[in-house]
Design a protein around this ligand. Structure first.
Ligand code: G
Ligand code: MN
Length: 310
């Protein structure tokens, strides 16, 4: 009810537009009062994200990936975290989408990559134990689909002095399944730098097993939604066994994500997965805690199974 000022009408139209965009582009949305709360929050968060870097609210956490045979760490995945002054710790899922809408993903993605490479280089120069460690960095759709990406990755690798084979880039299955004629070129350009490539969140979309043999990837990360069911010999177990079998014949390493229990670990190992990542082994930690964490995971016990595994 009541009459609205022109500014208010325009503002509400804006909110409706943002709502429409949030639901997918090329659609319309009528303004209604209830709309504004969620959309307003979204706009606020987007505005905050622009200054998050300058406020030093972004940081990286690292989560170990271990071999399932001997539980020794081989890799750490860099995970960006945003410590928002009011909302507390936000995870990538809470804000990567926002950053893609505004294009902020480009500078933020470069910062994440550079910081992870710099840190990996520091670890490697600090101890010989850390030398073989691989650091794995996630690329979002918006980053992967930019033509400039490979050039930027090459620059960052060169400037930080990290050996390219120590860097792995994770691209989600959903992005790799898009109908993009340049997909293979993009992957080949990254491979040419000498970095490793991983398919992230494998098993969530419709990636066919046959696509595995035409993609130049080194690693396949099985999504935690598949890993969840694996403790009780389900269809998921059969899928994982098939995936691991094929990957092995193609020389692709298989990492199971979201391992939370010993039962899952045992089943995943039996199903032929090479590596695991998840709360059962370790949560993501800040950089200064990584060396100690890796040592406790048995970095120096390369052959035996740690006693705590029983
Ligand atoms: O999409 P990607 O696999 O890169 O996402 C990694 C996310 O998964 C991080 O936010 C990380 O904290 C979370 N994560 C890591 N290990 C586990 C786990 O064992 N269980 C669950 N539920 N989440 C996990
Ligand atoms: Mn990942």
């Amino acid at each position: 009810g009541g009459s609205m000022q022109p500014e208010e009408v325009l503002h509400n139209a804006d909110l409706a537009m943002y709502q429409a965009k949030a639901e997918g582009r090329a659609r319309y949305e009528l303004y209604e009062p209830g709309l504004s709360v969620a959309t307003r929050e979204r706009l606020d968060l987007q505005a905050d994200l622009r200054t998050a870097g300058a406020r030093q609210e972004l940081s990286l956490r690292y989560q170990p990936v271990v071999t399932l045979a001997g539980i020794h760490p081989v890799e750490v995945e860099a995970l960006v975290r945003w410590d928002h002054r009011r909302r507390g710790a936000l995870l990538p899922a809470d804000f990567i989408g926002l950053s893609e809408e505004t294009g902020l993903i480009v500078p933020m993605g470069q910062w994440i990559l550079r910081e992870a490479c710099r840190q990996a280089r520091v670890w490697q120069s600090e101890s010989s134990e850390m030398r073989p460690l691989i650091v794995s960095v996630n690329l979002s759709a918006g980053q992967f689909e930019r033509d400039a990406l490979a050039g930027e990755v090459a620059t960052i690798v060169r400037e930080t002095g990290l050996e390219p084979s120590r860097l792995q880039l994770e691209i989600s299955e959903a992005v790799l399944m898009r109908d993009d004629p340049r997909m293979l070129d993009r992957l080949e350009a990254l491979k040419a730098i000498g970095v490793r490539l991983a398919i992230d969140d494998f098993g969530t979309g419709y990636a066919s097993l046959s696509c595995l043999k035409r993609l130049p990837v080194d690693c396949l990360k099985i999504d935690r939604s598949l890993v969840k069911g694996v403790a009780y010999e389900t269809e998921d177990t059969a899928i994982i066994r098939a995936v691991a079998g094929l990957a092995k014949s193609l020389g692709i390493t298989v990492t199971a994500e979201g391992v939370e229990t010993r039962e899952q670990l045992v089943q995943l190992r039996a199903a032929g997965c090479d590596q695991g990542q998840g709360y059962f082994f370790a949560r993501p930690v800040s950089a200064h805690r990584v060396p100690e964490l890796l040592a406790s995971l048995g970095a120096d016990d390369r052959h035996g199974t740690p006693s705590w595994l029983g």
